[in-house]
Design a protein around this ligand. Structure first.
Ligand SMILES: [Zn+2]
Ligand SMILES: [Zn+2]
Length: 144
């Protein structure tokens, strides 16, 4: 059974997909389908479809039978909190620990959904709530 995170109540796989979908929707490129996402991630459409069903059960994703998918409003909320975690961490790793952006991004990906929210919030405060991450993407601040 997959490890479930206590704070976010998501598996690592679910967190990964939510972040990917949030990024793709923010970029506003072509609408995401099971097939397009599978090709992009180098995965089998069947496994992407399984994950879509799980996210849909949790009311995080809305999808038609074969058509494009999109995050539900709850999905956007959960995904933006994940993106906040990721981008604050990588930005902190660069500015406070002098990692390069790629190292920082990779390290952040390992722990972004596992690290307690209070720690991320403290990092964000320490950096005065940066508006953009090390890659120049905007950082949402759902922590209030
Ligand atoms: Zn990153
Ligand atoms: Zn903040």
């Amino acid at each position: 059974m997959a490890m479930r995170n206590e704070e976010t109540d998501l598996t690592a796989g679910e967190s990964f997909y939510l972040k990917e979908l949030f990024r793709l929707e923010a970029e506003g490129k072509a609408r995401v389908t099971c097939v397009s996402l599978a090709a992009q991630l180098g995965l089998k459409p069947a496994s992407v479809s399984d994950m879509f069903s799980k996210l849909e059960e949790k009311e995080l994703l809305e999808k038609g039978r074969w058509g494009p998918v999109q995050l539900s409003s709850k999905g956007v909320e959960v995904a933006s909190a994940l993106i906040w975690r990721h981008r604050v961490l990588e930005t902190y790793f660069c500015s406070a620990l002098s990692l390069n952006p790629d190292e920082a991004c990779r390290a952040a990906s390992h722990i972004d959904s596992a690290i307690p929210k209070v720690v991320v919030a403290a990092m964000c405060r320490t950096m005065n709530h940066p508006s953009a991450c090390v890659h120049g993407y905007s950082i949402p601040h759902p922590e209030g």
